[in-house]
Design a binder for this molecule. Structure first.
Ligand code: CFN
Ligand code: HCA
Length: 537
């Protein structure tokens, strides 16, 4: 047991003690102490943050434009709104891409309608039209995506009508996303809006001749710190053909043919589960929950993939690549494990990394004592029910009758319903177990953590590393606890797969073992009375 349950209960009492009764009741529902004797533990999630509490969450626009659409390299992304919404979010998510010879890349540009007061009063549609004309004249893209910021929804500009007109005028794909920042309770609403439109307007638009044996899509992988590059390298070495990635190092062009893949790999369940489900229903493509963060999880995922295709040649090739990649990193990982054994971590990240990184830490000797999501939904914590009815017939796929025959032919590689059900018992096919189940007794799962809780928990549990984002990194440093950003990787990486695990271990060891932390005197240690202000008591 990592923590004594009684001590943890007392800790939590202390953390929420200073809230007014209503807030206390609310926050209690968002915190769970792991008890492995219970098969399923419930947690409240994906609800509105209590007004007045400073949350780490982002907005709907951030989730749509920043997270899902932003990485698509061949798209001119026009942000319809005040310049700040565009400029301060451009490049924030550190999009990296490799651009092929005939591919277009607009990631270095930041496009906005730069709305002014007069546009708010008289409407901004004309300005948006003008921005599209200018983009066509100067850049001639194959796809334009328009994203709405808060004022657009408030004044009622019809960005979809503008997009339709532009699409007719130029004969290219022009898509509009009503992802005003205020929608929903977090950036999660934006993921949903982006994915729905991609599915409706891009997927299935281009058929390709498939020569590769194992065509797959990489879903919920955003190439932070070059992770997708590393994943592409290893999967390529085994013999997989990545048709499309949603959306790191991705393109609209590739997404148009994503329906040709035989399997969808889901890395970040939170941001992409809707689209994975839609593929399953519409095109009969199943999805497999993978995790390419950490060597052990990567090995398991690669073996699951080979099992899905069930081909002896692929299984052998997978084992050979695993052996080769592992041999190159094992010694380094053992060295870092020796250095870090017994340290503890506190993780608080968006909607998937607080789960995935627990295994990465474990392999180098670090136990996670607290883990939470900013905006995860209950299924990200608790898992999903296995879907009993795996829809695999063309009828189920909702395909117009005339196209059924054609589709049966095109998708001949996919498995029968019976085979799918059999496989689902062994590998996480169309299923995700969630974070809580994998946590150890006495550890804490916490949803939508705030700064008060961060400070209190850090002071009581004294973790050796606090992993989160830019909003709370320095709060942790001021307390003398090393903090590593798991959003931006502090501009390091890649951290994925085998070599990535060593990069991560190196960065973590350098941080934790630095003598710096011993020199930091938190304010409450020097001046009486400051503690209360700092901790928000
Ligand atoms: S890259 Fe992903 S992995 S997409 Fe999501 S839930 Fe954010 S931007 Mo920040 S790092 Fe984070 Fe996840 Fe999926 Fe990133 S944990 S918060 S919206 N996220
Ligand atoms: C977002 C993007 C973000 C922010 C990271 C942070 C990212 O939520 O809008 O708070 O440090 O990864 O860039 O999650």
């Amino acid at each position: 047991m990592v923590n004594e349950v009684k001590k943890i209960e007392e800790t939590l009492e202390e953390v929420i003690d200073s809230y007014p009764a209503k807030s206390m009741k609310n926050r209690k529902e968002h915190i769970v102490i792991r008890d492995t004797s219970q098969d399923k533990q419930k947690i409240m999630a994906n609800t509105r943050t209590i007004p007045g509490i400073i949350s780490n969450r982002g907005c709907c626009f951030a989730g749509c434009q920043g997270v899902v659409l932003g990485p698509l390299k061949d798209v001119v992304h026009i942000v319809h709104g005040p310049i700040g919404c565009c400029y301060y979010t451009w490049g924030m998510r550190r999009n990296q891409a490799v651009v092929g010879e005939n591919e277009k890349n607009f990631l270095n540009f930041s496009f906005s309608t730069d709305m002014q007061d007069s546009d708010i009063v008289f409407g901004g549609e004309k300005k948006l039209e003008q921005a599209i004309d200018e983009a066509m004249e100067i850049f001639n893209p194959g796809t334009i995506m328009i994203t709405a910021t808060c004022p657009v929804g408030l004044i009622g500009d019809d960005i979809h009508a503008v997009a339709r007109r532009a699409q007719e005028k130029y004969g290219i794909s022009v898509m509009a996303f009503s992802c005003e920042g205020y929608k929903g309770v977090s950036q999660s609403a934006g993921h949903h809006i982006a994915n729905n439109e991609l599915m409706e307007h891009l997927v299935g638009k281009k058929e390709i001749e498939l020569e590769a044996e194992y065509p797959i899509n990489l879903m919920g992988e955003y190439n932070i710190g070059g992770d997708a590059f590393e994943i592409e390298r290893v999967l390529g070495k085994i013999g997989y053909k990545i048709i499309a990635t949603f959306s790191g190092n991705g393109s609209a062009e590739a997404i148009m043919s994503a329906h040709e893949a035989d399997l969808n790999l889901v890395q970040c369940h939170r941001s992409i589960n809707y689209i994975a489900e839609m593929f399953r229903e519409k095109y009969g493509v199943p999805w497999l929950k993978v995790n390419f963060l950490g060597v052990d999880q990567t090995i398991k995922s690669l073996r699951d993939m080979a099992k899905y295709f069930g081909d002896e040649k692929l299984i052998q090739r997978t084992e050979a690549v695993i052996a080769e990649e592992l041999a190159a990193v094992e010694q380094s990982l053992a060295m870092y494990q020796d250095l870090l054994e017994g340290k503890t971590a506190f993780l608080f990240v968006g909607g998937s990394r607080a789960h995935h990184y627990q295994n990465v830490f474990k392999r180098i000797g670090i136990d996670t004592v607290v883990a939470g999501y900013e905006f995860g939904h209950r299924d990200d914590y608790e898992g999903r029910e296995v879907i009993p009815d795996i829809k695999m017939t063309a009828d189920d796929r909702n395909i117009p009758e005339l196209e059924v025959e054609k589709d049966e032919q095109r998708y001949h590689l996919r498995l029968s319903k019976e085979k799918m059900e059999e496989l689902a018992k062994e590998i996480p096919l169309n299923n995700y177990e969630g974070m809580i189940k994998e946590m150890e007794d006495g550890t804490i799962a916490i949803d939508d953590l705030n700064h008060h809780e961060q400070v209190k928990l850090t002071k009581i549990l004294k973790p050796d590393i606090y992993c989160s984002g830019i909003k709370d990194k320095y709060t942790s440093h001021k307390m003398g606890v090393f903090s590593k950003q798991l959003h931006s990787y502090d501009y390091s990486g890649p951290y994925a797969m085998f070599k990535g695990h060593v990069n991560f271990a190196r960065d973590v060891a350098n941080g934790i073992l630095s003598p710096t932390w011993g020199y930091i005197n938190p304010p409450w240690k020097k001046e009486a009375g400051l503690e209360g202000n700092y901790g928000g008591d």
